[in-house]
Design a protein around this ligand. Structure first.
Ligand SMILES: Cc1cc2nc3c(=O)[nH]c(=O)nc-3n(C[C@H](O)[C@H](O)[C@H](O)COP(=O)(O)OP(=O)(O)OC[C@H]3O[C@@H](n4cnc5c(N)ncnc54)[C@H](O)[C@@H]3O)c2cc1C
Length: 446
């Protein structure tokens, strides 16, 4: 008799944990298939450290085949699901089409960059939701500092040394905090060729962090916001709250107060929306996320579950609310989904998803951080230590490699080496797959 097949779509925080739970619980009693465009789990919270040259990209990319025994990995992106026929279609990384039948299906496709209808933004801004964008940004930043150092045109040099981040949530705040340290280090290295003292004050890189909200980290505890604001401003980041962008051009950005900021770097961190597959599959949604019950089941389809950023999971700790899009929830929901699927085969018993928020950690670069583990507010080096310790404990692999990069970064200058492998056009802001860099169409010239 053939084994039942469980298909998990998406190997992010939720999908990875579900696969691991199922592999450990079922121990081969059912076939577990994981469909994902890449062969690694991406530890997104450390992506700002990749963009700023602290961590090498493979440190935050945990091999799926190497860490998930008894799980069959299918490389591909799911583009259609037939719920009545219990089968799905996918496209593999080389454009080939494939089909898979399932007995149980778990959808954990995560989220993509959120767009706002602001003229020029889709063309001139870059998001921060995947590895290709982080690699692009690291090279782009290095290139701007290098070209600014040799430009004879002071206005062009100033624009190249100016970086604008829109959105002061945890992603934008970390990108600006790490980015400023990165560019200061690069500018010092280029400054050595000018005179021994490094760059003059008017040649220092300039970072701006904008948000429409009245404070940075608007979604987190106010005490974390105060710490982050203090660290950022002390570091020289120009924090502008209650402010947004009216228009973006290739020369810079027009703020909504009429001020024009000349820049070649607009980094878009205004938030995320569920992966477009959620709309495409035609199931009921709430705030764009798939409707599920507290057992993570899709109503009307008892064999289909969903969780993580893609699903509107009821928050049993705050009746009427749905859980926020965070790794903290996605990880735990993935475990519950795995457990509930195993229970549907007679292994263990199902349980509802309920999790009390445990606080948040924000790495502000250097030895700075802001954290409130178990709602105890921390700042400075202690917060940084707690944040890094939390990340190490949360990563399902590569811990020694990450630790080694942190130790190297503590004693060595940042590496100014552009590999140029990811180009601007291959990481458009509007993308249904920010985890994959676009490639030219066959026969294309780029
Ligand atoms: C830069 C950054 C920093 C963050 N920092 C924190 C933090 O410090 N703390 C915190 O709690 N949260 C943080 N978050 C949020 C957190 O990463 C997300 O909430 C979490 O990743 C959601 O998990 P998920 O499993 O739903 O989706 P993801 O982890 O995004 O995984 C989705 C997976 O599905 C795959 N996929 C997408 N579409 C398809 C398809 N059609 N077919 C097959 N596979 C598909 C993707 O490639 C991906 O592997 C951060 C997010 C970002 C972008």
């Amino acid at each position: 008799m053939s084994r039942s097949r469980i298909v998990i779509v998406g190997a992010g925080f939720a999908g990875y944990q579900a696969a691991r739970t199922l592999s450990r619980t079922l121990r081969g009693a059912a076939e577990i298939v994981l469909v994902n465009p890449n062969d690694y789990f991406l530890y997104l919270p450390l992506l700002p450290e990749v963009a700023s040259g602290v961590l090498e990209p493979r440190r935050v990319s945990v091999s799926l085949a190497g860490t998930l025994p008894r799980v069959r990995l299918v490389l591909g992106e799911v583009d259609g699901i037939d719920f009545d026929g219990r089968r799905l279609r996918y496209t593999d990384p080389e454009g080939g089409a494939g089909e898979l039948e399932y007995d149980r299906l778990l959808l954990t496709v995560g989220s993509v960059n959120k767009l706002l209808p602001i003229p020029g933004v889709a063309e001139h801004a870059h998001g921060f939701r995947g590895m290709p964008e982080a690699l692009y940004l690291r090279d782009h930043i290095s290139r701007q500092i290098a070209m600014a150092a040799t430009s004879d045109d002071p206005e062009e040099a100033e624009a190249r040394r100016t970086f604008v981040v829109v959105g002061a949530g945890y992603t934008g705040t970390e990108v600006a905090a790490h980015g400023k340290l990165f560019t200061d280090s690069l500018a010092r290295q280029h400054g050595r060729t000018e005179d021994r003292s490094g760059p003059r004050d008017d040649r220092r890189p300039r970072w701006m962090l904008l948000d429409i909200a009245p404070r940075v980290l608007p979604e987190l505890d106010e005490r974390l916001a105060k710490t982050a604001h203090r660290v950022l401003t002390k570091r020289g980041v120009d924090v502008r709250t209650e402010m947004s962008v009216k228009e973006a051009t290739s020369e810079g950005v027009l703020l909504d107060n009429g001020e024009f900021i000349a820049t070649r770097s607009l980094i878009w961190c205004v938030g995320v929306r569920p992966d477009p597959l959620v709309q495409d599959v035609g199931l009921e949604t709430d705030r764009g996320r798939l409707v599920v019950d507290e057992h993570l089941r899709v109503p009307g389809h008892p064999e289909v579950l969903a969780c993580g950023d893609a699903a509107a999971v009821p928050d049993l700790t705050q009746p009427g609310e749905i859980t926020p899009m965070t790794a903290q929830h996605a990880v735990r929901q993935g475990k519950v989904a795995g457990r509930n699927i195993a229970a549907s085969f007679g292994y263990g018993s199902p349980r509802p998803y309920k999790h009390h928020d445990l606080g948040f950690t924000v790495d502000l670069g250097g030895i700075q951080g802001a954290a409130n583990p178990l709602h105890v507010p921390l700042s400075g080096p202690l917060a940084n230590l707690v944040t890094r310790g939390y990340h190490l404990a949360s990563m399902p692999g590569n811990r020694i490699r990450v630790l080694a990069d942190w130790m190297l970064d503590a004693v060595l200058p940042r590496q100014a080496a552009q590999l140029g492998l990811v180009r601007s056009w291959s990481v458009p802001l509007e993308s249904s797959s920010p985890e994959v860099a676009k490639v030219p169409a066959p026969g294309g010239r780029r």
